[in-house]
Design a protein around this ligand. Structure first.
Ligand SMILES: [Ca+2]
Length: 417
């Protein structure tokens, strides 16, 4: 009940604030990075802290909570439809293992060189997928909506987002990710042409469409660059953060999987050197780095080779770490004209460095102040509230507009870039 009240309050706040952001905030000039409205990108929908991932209900709530874009992760069904799931394996995000009619589908596949056991989307027709219901994959989050919501297709998501844009009177975009492109190609269900066909049918296969396509691999982005003018974003992963704040690169999170297949040496981090960024710029419009590439954290105290439980709560996590100074990745990317959209921002205190005092708004503010062009959030309400605070601090028109209300007409809202 308390959560419901909180969401209601956030909804009221979101509605009030969206009605009055000045048009100047949509400025895309490179000289105004700190003054532009950073995008709130709804990670797996944007209400992922509250509802199961990648359901229309999650997208709907994410949009109401303030997301400018919602993020469908895409995998393919047996009959070639694109559906929104975080993994080809449906076991963690649906109730498939509880449905006796699908028990025989359980198997192990090699996914990016790693054995993965479960139920795979490519063994199910779309009609069968529609028999499944989404579940909350994270044990720390509310399971009470498990088993209630269907798995949407990309077409259904686009239709839904267009309707919401009309209802809300603002442009809401989509930020699809091609999941495991090499794997999908190997099983005869490549994602890229299917994605472009859906976008074309939706009238969104062009430069000005409210669409970013993202991928952790590089070859498929190069292919997409040759086929479409839709904006492309190179995701850059790592495996973990070492005690000193440097990043760890263990398989399969050490490099894009297409590099493994093609025999290219190197690590994900090579994409973020000045040379790597210039290479990315040749085929993409932005980078989506794990946030630690921009601002990392280091253990406050050590216990042997590991972080110590500095705050004495019995667990060792982000709360026992402190922020390091920002890297030069953002400045180097901006110098090349690349957008910077880090991931993933979450409210749970154990995920917040000690500097943030347990308040997720402080983490958003640190990255907005750094100059990010947007960020992926599981809690669009927190990202949105922090953005309002950021704009109140830096944009005098925003405060005037926020208080007066009347000055803020339809044309003065921040538009997704
Ligand atoms: Ca601790």
């Amino acid at each position: 009940m308390q959560r419901f009240k909180t969401i209601q309050a956030a909804l009221l706040m979101a509605g009030a604030l969206f009605a009055c952001a000045p048009a100047a905030l949509a400025d895309t000039g490179a000289q105004h990075h700190a003054r532009r409205a950073p995008l709130v990108i709804g990670h797996r929908g944007g209400a992922t802290g509250y509802l199961p991932d990648h359901t229309l209900e999650n997208y709907a709530l994410g949009i109401q909570l303030g997301a400018d874009y919602v993020e469908p992760d895409l995998v393919a069904t047996k009959d070639g439809h694109l559906i929104a799931r975080h993994e080809p394996n449906l076991i963690a995000t649906t109730n498939v293992k509880d449905l006796p009619q699908f028990a025989s589908r359980r198997r192990t596949v090699m996914l990016d060189g790693v054995p993965d056991e479960g139920f795979f989307a490519s063994d199910f027709t779309l009609a069968e997928i529609k028999q499944l219901r989404a579940v909350q994959p994270l044990a720390e989050r509310d399971p009470s909506f498990n088993g209630k919501f269907q798995i949407p297709t990309l077409e259904e998501i686009i239709e839904f987002v267009k309707r919401k844009s009309h209802e809300e009177g603002r442009t809401i975009g989509i930020y699809p990710e091609t999941k495991h492109p090499t794997y999908h190609q190997a099983i005869g269900l490549p994602l890229e042409d299917r994605l472009l066909a859906v976008l074309t049918r939706a009238g969104w296969n062009h430069r000005d469409a409210p669409v970013f396509i993202q991928s952790f691999e590089t070859a498929n982005l190069r292919y997409l660059h040759s086929k479409t003018s839709v904006r492309l974003v190179q995701l850059v992963d790592a495996d973990d953060v070492n005690p000193d704040g440097s990043l760890a690169f263990n398989k399969p999170f050490d490099k894009p999987y297409d590099w493994v297949v093609s025999g290219r040496a190197g690590l994900f981090s090579d994409l973020l050197t000045p040379q790597g960024l210039a290479e990315v710029r040749s085929y993409a419009d932005g980078i989506g780095p794990w946030k630690y590439y921009l601002i990392s954290t280091a253990c406050k105290l050590m216990n042997g080779a590991a972080c110590a439980d500095t705050n004495g709560d019995g667990a060792t996590n982000e709360m026992d770490r402190a922020l390091l100074p920002p890297t030069d990745v953002l400045a180097n990317a901006h110098a090349l004209g690349l957008l910077v959209h880090p991931y993933t921002f979450r409210n749970e205190p154990r995920r917040l460095a000690s500097d943030f005092g347990g308040n997720p708004v402080n983490e958003y503010l640190a990255f907005y102040e750094l100059g990010v062009d947007g960020l992926f959030s599981d809690f669009a309400d927190s990202a949105f509230a922090a953005r309002a605070m950021f704009l109140l601090k830096h944009e005098p028109d925003y405060a005037r507009c926020l208080v007066s209300g009347r000055e803020c007409d339809q044309g003065q809202r921040p538009e997704p870039r």
